[in-house]
Ligand binder design. Structure first.
Ligand code: FMN
Length: 351
């Protein structure tokens, strides 16, 4: 993948784990990520806030202060010691937030002032505030600084979180973005914010260290587009022109962390048009198992497969896949709990 020497095609998908108390990455994250690191294996971190307005969930990590940078360093070192390649996922939740997570209890920012339906998922979502056109360069700059910080912390690169209903997707999708300025309306305008973020980060750290994640087909957090095929294709072409290191796309069968259809062995290859439009490495995620992943690679459908829940529950997933061993089952009840061990670093290895 670009100048990175990968030894296999099994990627750790970004997985929010809510164990970074007060947004500061913790020493137990070094254990967790190094458990999943292999020589020449790509790991993507959990979504990581780019600024003090970027949060919407408890104890998610940040990368906007010196303290965050210093706290990430030993975690990155632990992964590098095992030969892993480690990318940080850069995140701004936009309207997917509550007043509690915002500085001074202010309204979360978004492309729109339309909120998420109150009570969706049992959360009392805040009323968002539509960013003024003249405020957008400041948010782009927050993304740029966060990417710079990630490199300072030792990461090999960053993945821009353009998926799952968060800020970038709130601009991309026409059922959320109701702007009338140059950031709303046409596909070109809706993609402007995302591509300004890409450009700023590429200029800061180089396109060979930048990936981006998309979920055009998802309806997670009420973030929907009326023409997801066109959105995916537009972005694939634009990102190809930026010579982005990789594009990471979530399959239509998944919304957020929920699989809508049963994972089938029959692969519909929905992402083929994106595959054709994007010239560099393509990662697919969402509902994959070993057999489906092998099929997708054998068909040259994508270059890499990101595994979420299965990698969460199987720290040695690449080894288990290599020898076709049985897998641990994941425990959904501990996905988002705060314990530094339980449901986090205590999933057993094969031995
Ligand atoms: C516990 C959990 C946390 C997640 N956190 C993130 C995240 O931080 N960033 C992101 O882009 N996707 C996140 N996702 C989505 C996963 O990366 C992945 O797309 C999804 O789980 C489907 O893949 P899978 O079927 O292999 O689990 C999360 C999913 C789960 C289960």
């Amino acid at each position: 993948m670009g100048h990175f020497d990968l030894s296999h095609r099994i990627v750790l998908a970004p997985l929010t784990r809510n164990r970074s108390y007060n947004n500061v990455p913790q020493p137990h994250a070094a254990v967790y990520y190094s458990q999943r690191a292999t020589k020449g294996g790509l790991l993507i971190t959990e979504a990581t806030g780019i600024s003090d307005t970027a949060q919407g969930y408890p104890d998610t990590p940040g990368i906007w202060t010196k303290e965050h940078v210093e706290a990430w360093k030993p975690i990155v070192d632990a992964v590098h010691q095992k030969g892993g390649i480690f990318f940080l996922q850069l995140w701004h939740v936009g309207r997917v937030s509550t007043y509690d997570f915002q500085p001074n209890g202010q309204s979360p920012i978004s492309s729109t002032d339309k909120g998420i339906t109150p009570g969706l998922g049992g959360v009392d979502w805040a009323q968002p505030r539509r960013l003024r056109t003249d405020e957008i360069p400041g948010i782009v700059n927050d993304f740029r600084l966060a990417a710079k910080n990630a490199i300072e912390a030792g990461f090999d690169g960053v993945e821009i979180h353009g998926a799952n209903g968060y800020l970038i997707e709130q601009f991309l999708k026409d059922q959320v973005n109701d702007r009338t300025d140059k950031y709303g309306g046409s596909m070109e305008n809706r993609a402007r914010f995302a591509l300004e973020v890409v450009e700023a980060i590429v200029n800061e750290i180089g396109s060979n260290r930048v990936g981006l994640r998309l979920s055009p087909y998802s309806d997670f957090m009420e973030s929907v587009d009326s023409n997801p095929d066109a959105l995916g294709l537009y972005m694939a072409k634009a990102l190809s022109e930026f010579d982005l290191l990789y594009l990471h796309v979530i399959e239509p069968r998944v919304s957020g962390s929920t699989v809508k259809e049963a994972a089938e062995d029959e692969l519909p290859h929905h992402l083929l048009p994106i595959r054709k439009a994007f010239k560099n490495a393509l990662i697919a995620a969402g509902g994959y198992n070993r057999k489906m992943g092998n099929r997708a690679i054998a068909d040259s459908y994508v270059d890499l497969i990101a595994y979420g829940r299965l990698f969460l529950a199987n720290p040695d997933l690449p080894k288990r896949y290599e020898i076709d061993a049985a897998l641990n089952k994941y425990d959904r009840s501990t996905f988002y709990t705060q314990d530094p061990v339980i449901g986090y670093t205590d999933y057993p290895f094969l031995e």
